[in-house]
Design a protein around this ligand. Sequence first.
Ligand code: NAD
Length: 294
Amino acid sequence: MSSPTISASTVGFVGLGHMGTPMASRLVDAGATVRAYDASPDARAAFAAAVPGATVVDTAADTATGAEAVLLCLPDSDVVEAVVAELDAARVIVDMSSSEPLRTRALAEQLADTGRVLVDAPVSGGVSGARAGTLAVMVGGPDDVVADLEPLLAAMGRPRHVGPVGAGHALKALNNLMSAAHLVASSEAVLVGEEFGLDPAVMLEVVNGSSGRSGSTENKWPNHILPGTYGAGFGLGLMVKDIHIALDLAASTSVPTRHAAATVALWDEALAELGPTADHTEIARWLRAHKEAS
Ligand code: NAD
């Protein structure tokens, strides 16, 4: 049953891609009135077919009409800043993209000059988590505004207030750095095991009951890599963007991160060969191809 709080809500939503579509769909299912927009006509048409309960509007600015908040699920900080520049009528903007924390802070300060609030609420859990409404939502912003947003965010997953504005984006980048490292580490380990004569399926079964397990071994390997489908729905270009954000964040601190630098260098190489639209799980296939070529 939808909560009374959210069924009284009108929400703007910009960015109807792999994540935005199922996230906005959860809001509609929870009873909110959703005004949705994407720059791509194809994405708007696909969204209208997939989520008939939402209203698709013609501009980003139109999403703000009557909305208590406008939610963004866009590729990166460049796009977020460009879209926010069109959202004069939005008093509360929630950036659910994986953006750059320092730019998020600066944008929040700029909006505060005109009495508006930016909250960051990036997500983790992938397309399957977005469909199921089980995303981890990492929220940065002022206590009162974050409390008001709780019912909306809870329709998409498990919101956790992690600090002031920018804190969610910092945590999300660091999460993806760990995730990227786990995927490379498990891919190399599976290749070594196979070469030694181990069965990858057996390796994963045992590792998933052991200390080497991760989101890669529990989800990405069995669901997307072993079956050879590589359809997690998270682009390689977006993953590389995220881990560079983490590396820049590290550089803004005094913490040495040699392991992170090596991880990012490997992903950069994969991006150069596979391109940004490849699924990020294809790095496992890429590592195998390099083993076979060596
Ligand atoms: P996507 O590329 O599938 O969707 C992005 C959408 O933004 C596209 O439909 C695109 O047309 C639209 N867009 C681009 N520029 C625009 C503009 N100026 N105005 C309006 N719309 C515009 O990306 P995604 O996989 O949905 O990811 C969105 C964000 O969520 C990214 O920051 C990504 O890093 C993050 N994320 C993705 C996943 C995942 O599994 N796919 C998981 C967690 C977080």
